[in-house]
Structure formats: structure tokens, C-alpha cells
Design a protein around this ligand. Structure first.
Ligand code: NAD
Ligand code: AHE
Ligand code: ZN
Length: 370
């Protein structure tokens, strides 16, 4: 058992409490990690808000971490003490039907227990004063020490700065991967990106990598436009500045609609706009944003009958153990500008400020240093 500083979500809608918890050591097939740094993703705020149908409290949230292995449980063969790693909320067991299909990154080996805030054996490693605390997304990176299954760990280059590459644990990889793996954007394409937070900005990077010719950034907060332009958006639009619905504005400006669009907000009305701004006959829209319990998407079926395609993407379709180390290498080679995303850094004691900054639209990513 180790004592660990952690930010605990005791109840929906309440600030996190920074406190000390007890973390039990790794059982068979598990590893104990020391988290060096973690990003704060909108999904953490989504779950904390109470909108997540799978939200369970109390829990240690956080899923965008950079960490070092400090202990390995019995039977662990692919990791050793001292390895630098990124925990994976989408594991890769390489033996379930999903992994073997070759068609998806959505490994299901431990999805059921992960969704119930538990380790694969159905128990928790976290507690305070004997009260059990749930895990979150299989990662719980808002704790200095966390326990994760071996299959949910990507071993990365030890030279990579964990306080930066932690952002590859979710947001940046998700955006780039959604473009390259899910939508498979082709050179010369036109792309509309709805929502210019961490995910939308990473979509812009992916679109540039894919050779998109026109990249339209869309956000109700024009403060996001400067960074979007710096990363490769060719123009930015604020839907509030137009009388017409934003899908009509995009269609007018693109000779009938874009080839690809991405929803990076979690707003079901915007998801509709993102689909409907796609070009008749071939336009494809990818949903990345996560919407709250009870929310549903709608459009006229005619939109699909006439050739538009609606898709979704989780973790950018990336198989974490196999492919994430390559993203770290691409960062190291200067191809992924993670520094641009890090607008704030702070200690764990200030983690609630990271949520405030996100809600105020003032940050892209806050990185918490332990
Ligand atoms: P964020 O808060 O950093 O960014 C959201 C952006 O959307 C902000 O810039 C905000 O101003 C903008 N926005 C809000 N309402 C808008 C509207 N009506 N029209 C246009 N812009 C609007 O969030 P993020 O961390 O970038 O996450 C974005 C979404 O992606 C969230 O729903 C998150 O849960 C989800 N997400 C999904 C995955 C996945 O694997 N599918 C991974 C990470 C995050
Ligand atoms: N628990 C929610 C869904 C949340 C969700 O969609 N999570 C994304 C990752 S968001 C990362 O910031 C995901 O990968 N989902 C796939 C999965 O298996 O959870 C709900 O609606 O129940
Ligand atoms: Zn996330």
C-alpha cells in the first residue's frame, strides 16, 4: 500500500478534493505507476458534471497522463520498473474479438469492469480511511500513484518529456487519429472543424498532415482563432456572427459543402450542423465530441440518402500499445507541436483552477505536475 496525493471527485458537480489516499499495490497482470503529469480533458469535466451515464462517485478522474512504472504485478511481461509510459483508456489486449478483427481500436477485454470504475478483477485499488474510491476510464491519472492493467499501458521512449507527451494520452492523439484513421482525409480536401479546443486543434494538425487544402475552424469563442490559424486553419468562423445557420454559411463558402467535417464539442445540434455542411454525394462527418445522458442526434434521413456519411471516433482509432509510441516519436521529431496546446501548468493543489479555465474558455490544455 502506498500513500498518494490525489484529487478525488466525491460527488457530481462538486469541486475535486485534493487529499491523500491509499493505493494498493498491483495484482496479477497489473502495474503501479507514478504519474509525473496529467492533462485535463473536457471529458473529465463532462463526467464530473454528472452528465456521463457511466459517471460513478467517489472516483479519481484523469486519463491524459505521463507516468513511470514503479512496481509490476505477477505475470507482467511487457513492462519493467522504470519504463516511461502513457496509460491507455482504450487498452489493446491483442486477443479479444475486437482486437483480432483488425477493424477497430475498441478492445473490449476489460471494458465492462472499466465502465464500472473497477480493475479487471472487479475490485478497486483506491481508498481513503477504508472507504473504497472508484477508478475512472481505467487510468485515474489525477493521483500521483495509480494502478492499471498491463494491457492498458503504452511504453514510450524514455527521453520524451512526460509533462508534454501526457497530452498524447487523449486529446492530441484523438484529433490527429480521427483525421488519419477514421475519416482518412485525402490530399486537397476541404475540412470543417467544429470546436477549437484541444481536440479540434489536433484535428487541424491532422488535416495539415493529410494534405487538406482548406481547413475551416468554427468556434463560438473567437479567442481560439489565433492558435487555430497558427496550426493551419485557413479561415475561422464564429457562428454567432451570421444570421444564417452555420451549415448554410459553410455550404455557401465551399461550393456545396466540405469533403470532411469533425464535431469536437459534444453538442448534438452542432453534430447536425457538422453533418449537414458536408458535400452532397460524398461528404463525411466524424463525431468526436461526447454528449450527455439522454442526448440524441437527429437529421433528415435524406441527408444520408443523398450520400453524406456520419461516423464516430474514439481515441482517434489508435491502437495504443502498437501506435502511441510512434506518436511520441513524431512529437520528438518536431511533427506534433504539443507546446502550443499547453496554455497553463500548475500543481495538483490547483487542479480545480484547470476546470475553471476550461469552462471560461481561457485554456487549451492545463497540465498538472505532481
Ligand atoms: P474544450 O472545452 O477544450 O473545447 C471545446 C470547444 O468547443 C471550445 O473552444 C468551445 O468554445 C467550443 N464550443 C462550445 N460550444 C460551441 C458551439 N455551439 N459552436 C462552436 N464551438 C463551440 O474540449 P476538448 O477537450 O477539446 O473536448 C472536446 C470534446 O471532445 C468533448 O466533448 C470531449 O469530451 C470530447 N472528447 C472525445 C474523445 C473521443 O475519443 N471521442 C476524446 C477526447 C475528448
Ligand atoms: N461514458 C460515456 C461515453 C464517454 C466516451 O465516449 N468516451 C470516449 C473517450 S472520451 C476521452 O476524452 C470513448 O473512447 N469511448 C469509448 C468507450 O468505450 O468508452 C457514455 O456516454 O456512456
Ligand atoms: Zn479525453
Amino acid at each position: 500500500m502506498v500513500r498518494s496525493r490525489a484529487a478525488v471527485a466525491w460527488a457530481a458537480g462538486q469541486p475535486l478534493e485534493v487529499t491523500e489516499i491509499d493505493v494498493e499495490g498491483p495484482r496479477a497482470g497489473e502495474v503501479l505507476l507514478r504519474v509525473v503529469a496529467t492533462g485535463v480533458c473536457h471529458t473529465d469535466a463532462f463526467t464530473l458534471s454528472g452528465a456521463d451515464p457511466e459517471g460513478i462517485f467517489p472516483a479519481v478522474l484523469g486519463h491524459e497522463g505521463g507516468a513511470v512504472v514503479v512496481e509490476v504485478g505477477p505475470g507482467v511481461t511487457s513492462l519493467a520498473v522504470g519504463d516511461h509510459v502513457i496509460p491507455l483508456y482504450t487498452p489493446e489486449c491483442r486477443s479479444c474479438r475486437f482486437c483480432l478483427s483488425g477493424k477497430t481500436n475498441l478492445c473490449q477485454a476489460i471494458r465492462a469492469t472499466q465502465g464500472r470504475g473497477l480493475m479487471p478483477d472487479g475490485s478497486s485499488r483506491f481508498s481513503r480511511n477504508g472507504q473504497s474510491i472508484h477508478h475512472y476510464m481505467g487510468t485515474s491519472t489525477f493521483s500521483e500513484y495509480t494502478v492499471v492493467p498491463e494491457i492498458a499501458v503504452a511504453k514510450i521512449a524514455p527521453e520524451a518529456p512526460l509533462e508534454k507527451v501526457c497530452l498524447l494520452g487523449c486529446g492530441v492523439t484523438t484529433g490527429i487519429g480521427a483525421v488519419l484513421n477514421t475519416a482518412k482525409v485525402e490530399p486537397g480536401s476541404s475540412v470543417a472543424v467544429f470546436g477549437l479546443g484541444g481536440i479540434g486543434l489536433a484535428v487541424i494538425i491532422g488535416a495539415v498532415m493529410a494534405g487538406a487544402e482548406r481547413i475551416i475552424g468554427i468556434d463560438t469563442n473567437p479567442d481560439k482563432f489565433a492558435i487555430a490559424g497558427q496550426l493551419g486553419a485557413t479561415e475561422c468562423l464564429d457562428p454567432k456572427a451570421f444570421d444564417a445557420p452555420i451549415q448554410e454559411v459553410v455550404i455557401d463558402r465551399t461550393d456545396g459543402g466540405v469533403d470532411y467535417s469533425f464535431e469536437c464539442i459534444g453538442n448534438v445540434q452542432v453534430m447536425r450542423a457538422a453533418l449537414e455542411c458536408c458535400h452532397k454525394g460524398w461528404g463525411e462527418s466524424t463525431i468526436i465530441g461526447v454528449a450527455g445522458a439522454g442526448q440524441e442526434i437527429a437529421t433528415r434521413p435524406f441527408q444520408l440518402v443523398t450520400g453524406r456519411v456520419w461516423r464516430g471516433s474514439a481515441f482517434g482509432g489508435v491502437r495504443g500499445r502498437s501506435e502511441l509510441p510512434g506518436y511520441v516519436d513524431r512529437f520528438q521529431q518536431g511533427e506534433i507541436p504539443l507546446d502550443t496546446f499547453i496554455t497553463h501548468t500548475m500543481g495538483l493543489e490547483d487542479i480545480n483552477r484547470a476546470f475553471d479555465l476550461m469552462h471560461a474558455g481561457q485554456s487549451i490544455r492545463s497540465v498538472i505536475h505532481f
